[in-house]
Design a protein around this ligand. Structure first.
Ligand SMILES: *Cc1c(COP(=O)(O)O)cnc(C)c1O
Length: 470
């Protein structure tokens, strides 16, 4: 073995940087960050060689070339570059790992305008006095949901934390065992709930909870009744749940607030979105929830935010909670949220808000794009792959509506000549912009429902570039 000579084949940091200059790649990251990354990769390579691993073959030239290729790849992909755009070819509309909802053009413009200078974030331009930041979206939220008052915080988990900490600190909160869910990133909602200082009292069973389970658990120490959306899972068969209406009248009878964590905040018509059976925020409010909470960036289609709407007294108590200050949203969030809500109020949301537009995109338009893309790829790839336009099933996704499948169209590419589909999709991540596609049975699947038509050429370029690398 030639580990020794391979160790000396590891280039110096300066030599790698000179290589990047030569390749015109040194502007991708500022020099100090590039140096960090190069050092990390060289250290990793040294450790691997010392451990007797030959990750890049066992010739010195192979080691050197392997390292340089690795540096180039990681320079483009490393998180140290900051946030970079990714084209979502997965067909999952609300994709939490890809930043959930893309913003509307109106929201983007509002953010850009407010970001550039000063604004009325906390200044009342009528009275010429200090104002409150959540008044910027309060009227819009009340109008859209029928609630008496509304408050915005950083995300929905924060909204739930705040409402529990305000309405039931140190008290018991009764919740069905069927609704104690874990959301993405292994966060368990009950764990978040407990941090509010409330104690969760679980009632019922995973599949069946009756109103009497709640009633029997009510004591003098009960602070709230909680209902949470199942979000990212579903159960069927022998199932019984307590309706929000029933829960609300039970709460009213005992004078106990009812909190409804909706998860995804639907302001549009669920029927039209293919989400029949999903409750809108307005329905949650009219069913009698004291406070309803939801995310700004799931089906609502706005920025990351947590929104609480409810009775005037509950929301004003939340507003007075010192935690509100710790959980408050920034001005960029409020600018984007306000513009998004205004699209709803103008009746333009279905076209303006990208999440809704993606869910509503007609199949024939997707099919036409799929045919065009497949034809263009087939002629460029020749016998390197079999390309076809196919029918697909996309998802609403994102802890929004778990099993909701949307018929979709896209393309399927089966590489030939020993190239694996996974190696192609992996190479597509280094394109600019990066493209995230799925693979299935060694085929690359590109779903067009989540891709804006203007990005079709970028998807084709990323695919062809990835095949070139192979
Ligand atoms: C997504 C979700 C949350 C968390 O919302 P974030 O905005 O991600 O903080 C809480 N509860 C339910 C039911 C959810 O679906």
């Amino acid at each position: 073995m030639t580990e020794k000579s391979n160790l000396s084949a590891i280039p110096s940091v300066d030599a790698v940087l000179a290589h990047l200059d030569e390749r015109g790649l040194s502007a991708i990251q500022p020099r100090p960050l590039a140096v960090r990354l190069v050092r990390e990769i060289l250290d990793r390579e040294r450790a691997a060689l010392l451990a007797g691993e030959c990750r890049h073959g066992d010739s010195p030239q192979g080691v050197r070339d392997g390292i340089l290729a690795e540096v180039e790849r990681e320079l483009v992909r490393s998180p140290a570059r900051g946030l970079v755009p990714v084209i979502n070819a997965t067909g999952i509309v609300v994709h939490t790992n890809l930043g959930r909802a893309p913003l509307s053009a109106q929201a983007v413009a509002a953010v850009a305008e407010v970001a550039r200078g000063y604004s009325n974030l906390e200044y009342d331009l009528i009275r010429g006095t200090r104002g409150k930041r959540d008044y910027l979206v309060r009227d819009a939220l009340c109008e859209l949901t029928g609630a008496e008052d509304a408050l915005v915080v950083n995300n929905n988990a924060a909204a739930v934390l705040l409402v529990l900490n305000t309405l039931a600190p140190g008290r018991e909160v009764i919740v069905s065992r069927g609704e104690l869910i874990e959301i993405g990133g292994s966060f368990r909602l009950p764990d978040v709930f407990e941090r509010s200082g409330s104690r969760m009292v679980e009632v019922g069973t995973t599949n069946r909870t009756h109103l009497s389970d709640f009633r029997d658990a009510i004591r003098s120490s009960t602070g709230a009744l909680l209902s949470a959306h199942w979000s990212n899972y579903s159960i069927s068969g022998f199932v019984e749940r307590v309706s929000l209406k029933e829960l609300a009248s039970l709460g009213e009878h005992f004078g106990i607030p009812v909190i409804h964590d909706l998860g995804s905040g639907i302001l549009a018509d669920p029927e039209k979105l293919g989400l029949s059976g999903e409750m809108t925020v307005r329905e949650s409010v009219s069913a009698g929830a004291t406070v309803s909470t939801f995310s700004g960036d799931k089906i609502l289609g706005g920025p990351q935010a947590g929104i609480a709407v409810g009775t005037a007294s509950a929301i004003s108590r939340m507003r007075a909670n010192p935690l509100t200050r710790a959980l408050r949203p920034g001005k960029l969030t409020l600018a984007a949220l306000s513009a998004t809500l205004q699209s709803y109020l103008r009746g333009e949301a279905e076209t303006a808000v990208p999440v809704l537009a993606a869910i509503l995109a007609p199949l024939d338009a997707l099919a036409r794009r799929a045919e065009e893309m497949a034809a263009s790829l087939a002629s460029s790839l020749g016998d390197r792959a079999r390309v076809s336009a196919v029918e697909l099933e996309g998802l609403v996704g994102g802890g929004a509506a778990p099993e909701r499948i949307i018929a979709s169209r896209g393309i399927e590419i089966e590489p030939r000549g020993g190239v694996s589909a996974d190696s192609v999709t992996s190479a597509m991540l280094t394109a600019s912009p990066a493209v995230l596609a799925r693979t299935h049975e060694d085929r690359i699947i590109v779903d067009l429902r989540t891709i804006d038509e203007s990005q079709d050429p970028a998807v084709v370029a990323a695919l062809l570039g990835a095949f070139e690398e192979k």
